[in-house]
Design a protein around this ligand. Structure first.
Ligand SMILES: Cc1cc2nc3c(=O)[nH]c(=O)nc-3n(C[C@H](O)[C@H](O)[C@H](O)COP(=O)(O)O)c2cc1C
Length: 334
């Protein structure tokens, strides 16, 4: 087990990459770290049941360079959450986050995720139990409301009850979750974005750290958002257009933009290194890199080659060489 190498209180709230099930696994986070040295990266949501009974190496393992890194938990039993948070702290995570925003039916059946927004007292108990068990920050990711909840008062009650525990960081996905009738994907698209409601929380509670999430996909939005919020969490845009992450890090922290070809080389090294220790399909890492050249001429060829040939490829290096050749041929020919 590893100990935290980074003082959690020094982590910047400005930029984070959202927890995304099936997307933000350790390989994806390693890749994102090459693009953004400063973003706080989140794991996919991991349930307390999985942590308490599952294969911890597989569920919680990460590379040192992924710091700063937050573990997102799914659960609603204070004792289980406390045990899971402690395990996360011992593994070296820098923050523990409770998912109060996922609307999937499976999660609702387990009575956690977004439906927890209806039970702020229980969430406060969960947060307290975790705070008592660990010394790294415990934070919450939520929606602005669920179903037909009133617009602002519902969110305010939720935030006030939870912040009374001394939890002072909330990541707000600024749309409601509709728990009946919409798929999780639709629940990220159909309920309208209401940044104004999240902003009102920050205005009324200036001491809380409020991170805005939902629909952020352009550098032009950033200054306006940061006038009202402490930071920005990006999800789909970071995954589908990873270069956006590099641009965000550059804008927010002044980091020089990286060389995408060096990143590809680094990822080649990462894959071969990991393959020395375990049988790992090349595809499990390259699938996260399909969008690296989004917007460039030749990007489609890169994506097609990387996506189409990864299963048959014998080495990551030769796969990357072929995909880069395709990219460059199209870059010059069109
Ligand atoms: C494939 C996928 C999986 C997701 N899984 C999670 C999750 O595990 N936990 C969570 O809190 N949110 C999850 N989300 C929601 C995102 O964290 C984020 O709140 C949402 O996508 C809105 O941000 P965006 O518009 O920047 O993508 C997921 C989103 C996607 C696209």
């Amino acid at each position: 087990m590893r100990k935290a190498i980074q003082n959690s209180s020094l982590i910047s709230p400005l930029l984070s990459v959202a927890p995304m099930i099936d997307w933000t696994d350790r390989h994806c986070r390693y890749f994102h770290r090459q693009l953004s040295p400063n973003a706080l990266v989140y794991t996919e949501m991991i349930t307390t049941g999985a942590i308490l009974h599952g294969d911890l190496d597989k569920l919680l393992g990460f590379s040192e360079c992924e710091h700063p890194i937050a573990l997102q938990l799914g659960g609603s039993e204070p004792a289980d959450l406390a045990k899971s948070a402690k395990i996360g702290e011992d593994w070296g995570y820098n923050e523990i986050n409770l998912n109060c925003g996922c609307p999937s039916e499976r999660v609702q059946k387990g009575s956690f995720g977004a439906c927890l927004m209806r039970e702020p007292d229980l969430v406060a108990d969960c947060i307290k139990a975790m705070q008592d068990a660990i010394s790294i920050p415990v934070t919450v990711k939520c929606r602005i409301g669920i179903d037909d909840s009133e617009d602002y008062p519902f969110l305010e009650t939720f935030v006030e009850k939870i912040s009374a525990t001394n939890c002072n960081k909330f990541i707000i996905h600024a749309r409601k979750a509709w728990l009946k009738g919409l798929s999780p994907k639709e629940n990220r698209e159909i309920p309208p974005l209401r940044y104004d409601i999240a902003a009102q929380i920050k205005k009324t509670h200036p001491n809380l750290t409020i991170i805005l999430n939902g629909g952020i996909n352009s550098l032009d939005q950033i200054d306006t958002i940061l006038n009202e919020f402490d930071g920005i969490m990006i999800g789909r845009e970071a995954y589908q257009n990873p270069w956006f992450l590099a641009q965000m890090d550059h804008k927010l922290f002044g980091t020089p933009l990286p060389d995408p070809f060096e990143i590809v080389a680094k990822m080649g090294g990462y894959i071969s290194e990991r393959q020395k220790n375990a049988a790992m399909p090349i595809h499990s890492t390259t699938r996260h890199m399909l969008g690296l050249f989004s917007g460039l001429r030749g990007a489609k060829k890169w994506r097609q080659t990387l996506g189409g040939e990864a299963h048959a490829a014998t080495s990551a290096q030769s796969l990357f060489d072929t995909a880069l050749q395709q990219l460059q041929m199209h870059y010059h020919n069109t």
